[in-house]
Ligand binder design. Structure first.
Ligand SMILES: [Mg+2]
Length: 236
C-alpha cells in the first residue's frame, strides 16, 4: 500500500496547520513501511521543512503537480515560474488579480495564519502563482495558454499540470501500489482520480467537499486523517 495525501485540511489541521493529532498514526505507518507521499500545493521548500519535522523520507509532489521529487531525481511537469509570472502580469491587467509575488510576507502571513518563516518558504515558488481575484479568471488564463485552479483562499495560475498527472508520473517512475488517496477539496479531484481507494476528509464544519462527492460514487468519507488511515490502510 502507498498513501498519497494532500496536506492542508488533511494531514495538517485546516485551521492550525498542526499534524500533532496524527503523530501516532504516522509512526504506525512507518513501522509497517507504508510510504506516505505528500501531494500538496505547497512549495518544495515548505514541503521539505514539513518532511524534516515529521521524519518523512518518501517521494513527494509539490505545487499541485508542478514537480515530483524522488530520492535521486526530480521530474518537472510544471511551467517555470518566470513564464507563469509573465502570463500572470497579463491576467492581472485584465482582472485586477493580486498575486503572491505582489504581496509582502507580512500580508500573506496575516492572510493565511502562517509564520513569517513559513511564508518565506511559501514564496519560493517554482511553477504556480497563487492569487486573489474578485472575478473568475479562468477564461483569461486559458486564453493565455495556462490553467487556473481554485483553492481554499487563493486561485492558482499554472501550466498544464494537476495532482493526478503527477501521481501517475510518480507511480510510473517509482512503481508500487495499490494506492490510497486522501483529499479534502476539489483541488484533490485529480489526485483521487489517480488512486485505487479514495478518501475525503471533512471540512471544519463537518461536511465533505461537494465536487468530490459528486465525482466519486466510491468515495469514502472520514472525519479526520488518522480515521482514514485506520479505515483503509491499517484496517484488519
Ligand atoms: Mg487541502
Amino acid at each position: 500500500m502507498i498513501v498519497i495525501t494532500d496536506l492542508d485540511g488533511c494531514l495538517l489541521d485546516a485551521r492550525t496547520y498542526s499534524w500533532e493529532a496524527h503523530r501516532e498514526t504516522l509512526a504506525d505507518l512507518k513501522r509497517r513501511a507504508v510510504p506516505v507521499v505528500f501531494c500538496t500545493s505547497k512549495t518544495r521548500a515548505e514541503t521539505e521543512a514539513l518532511r524534516r519535522e515529521m521524519g518523512n523520507d518518501d517521494p513527494f509532489i509539490v505545487e499541485s503537480g508542478g514537480a515530483v521529487v524522488l530520492r535521486d531525481r526530480t521530474i518537472v511537469l510544471g511551467t517555470p515560474y518566470p513564464e507563469v509570472l509573465f502570463a500572470f502580469d497579463q491576467l492581472k491587467a485584465a482582472t485586477g488579480a493580486r498575486g503572491f509575488s505582489d504581496m509582502t510576507p507580512e500580508e500573506i502571513a496575516a492572510d493565511c495564519g502562517l509564520t513569517i518563516e513559513r511564508v518565506r518558504l511559501a514564496k519560493q515558488r517554482e511553477y504556480d502563482e497563487p492569487f486573489r481575484c474578485a472575478v473568475d479568471p479562468t477564461a483569461q488564463a486559458v486564453a493565455l495558454g495556462f490553467r487556473c485552479s481554485k483553492g481554499g483562499r487563493y486561485w492558482h495560475l499554472h501550466g498544464d499540470t494537476d495532482k493526478g498527472k503527477a501521481v501517475r508520473a510518480l507511480l510510473r517512475a517509482a512503481g508500487g501500489g495499490p494506492t490510497v488517496g486522501i483529499g479534502d477539496s476539489m483541488l484533490d479531484l485529480h489526485l483521487l482520480e489517480a488512486t485505487d481507494v479514495r478518501c475525503a476528509i471533512a471540512r471544519p464544519d463537518g461536511t465533505h467537499d461537494e465536487v468530490l462527492e459528486a465525482n466519486f460514487p466510491d468515495l469514502r468519507r472520514f472525519s479526520n486523517w488518522s480515521e482514514a488511515i485506520l479505515g483503509t490502510v491499517l484496517s484488519p
